[in-house]
Design a protein. Sequence first.
Length: 382
Amino acid sequence: MKIAVVGLGGTGSAALRFVAHSGHNAIGYEQFHIGHAHGSSHGESRIIRYTYPDVLFTQMMSDAYKLWFELEKEAEEELLVQCGGLYFGDSNDPQILATERSLIEANLPFERLNAEQVKEKHPAFHLYSNETAIYQKDSGFLRATRCVEANIRLAKKHGAIIHENTKVQEIYTKNNKVFIQSSLGEEEYDRVIVTAGPWMSTLFKSLNLPLVPTRQQIVYLNINDHEEYFQANGTFPVWIDTTDNLYGFPNDGHIAGIKLAFHHCGQVITDVDAERTPVDENYLEEIRSYARKRFPNLGSDVTFSQTCIYTNTPNADFIIDRVNNQPNVFLVSGCSGHGFKFTILLGKIIAMMATDDNGYERNLDRFKLSSFHKILNKFSDD
Ligand SMILES: Cc1cc2nc3c(=O)[nH]c(=O)nc-3n(C[C@H](O)[C@H](O)[C@H](O)COP(=O)(O)OP(=O)(O)OC[C@H]3O[C@@H](n4cnc5c(N)ncnc54)[C@H](O)[C@@H]3O)c2cc1C
C-alpha cells in the first residue's frame, strides 16, 4: 500500500519507520525541517518511566521500552539514559499510593525511600519528613531530538521518502482513496496517518477534536557546588514531585546545569503558528524559588531555557483512532505533556492499524474519539 504520514515529530517519525519497515510505500510530510523546535518533540531530554498511577500506562510502557531498546540497537547510538527515577510527594498522596499499586500489579521492582534514605542515596535532593519517594531503577530519559532523527534515518534506510518543509493543507477522501493537498500539489494514497501534534485541529476542523495546546517552559539552572551530585550515573535520577507538580533531570552531558520545569498546563495557545516568545521572568523566579528549597547545591543562573507545546486532552489520555467518515485516515494525538516515552509505541500501533495488522494485544478502547465525546458530554451534563 501507499501510505502517508503527516507530521514527523516523535510519533510520526516512529510510524513512518514502522510503515517503511513492513514493506509498504511510506511517504512522510513535515512542515518544518526534521528535528525543529516549533512542536513538542525537540530537546535533550524527556522522562521515560513505568511509574504511573494508571496501570494501563505502566503496562504499555513495557511494550514501549522494548521498542526503544530496539531503536537504539538499530540506530547504533545512545538514545536512552537509564539513570533511575524518583517519584515523590506526601506519604499519603493518592498518586504515590496508586503508582505503587501499578508497579506491584505489573510485577516491576521498586523501592520506597524516606527523606533520610533519599539524602543518603541521592545527596542533591532535600525531601521533607512528611514526604516519601518511589525509586524505580528503569526510569531515565530519552534524547528526544536524536530519537526523531534516528527514526527518520532508519525509515529512509527502509525506503521511506520524506518531504521536509512541506505543509499539508488538506486531507480528504473520494471514492475510497485519500488525497493530500500540499505545496507539492495533490497526491493520492491508500491510507494516511496523521500525527500533527498541536496542529491536529487545524487539519480536522469539523471533527471538533478534544485538544487544547498550551505553552510550556523549561529552565536549566547552574550547579553551584558538588557537580558530582547531579550526574546521570545513578547519583541524580530523573524526578517528579507530585506535590508541587514539577519534574527534572540530571545533567544531560550537553547543556550546563540541570533542567527542571512545572508540569501544570501553561497558557492556552490560540494561534499555533504564532512566533514563540521567550520564557517568562516570573516563571524563572518560581523555578529558582523551588530549586532553593529542594536542591541546596544548585545556583540561580539560567544556563538555558526554552518553550514547547503540550497538546492536552481533558483526561491526559491519548487519541488513537481512525476517522469516522474517512476510514482510511488514522489519527494519533493528545500526548498531553507525558507522551514522548510512548511515541514509539503509538507510532507502532497506528502503523499496525493502517496496515490492517490487529496484533496489538491491549484494549485501547478508551483512546477512541468516542470515549472523549462521552467525557465531554458528561462535563456538559454536570
Ligand atoms: C516542555 C515539555 C516537556 C515534556 N516532557 C516530557 C517528558 O518528560 N516525558 C514524556 O514522555 N513526554 C514529555 N513531553 C511530551 C512529549 O514531548 C510530547 O507528548 C510528544 O513529543 C508529542 O509528539 P507528537 O509527535 O505527537 O507531536 P509533535 O512533536 O508536535 O509533532 C507533530 C509534527 O507534525 C508537524 N505538522 C503539523 N501540522 C503539519 C502539517 N499540516 N503538515 C506537515 N507537518 C505538520 C509538526 O511540525 C510537528 O513536527 C513534554 C512536552 C513538552 C512540551
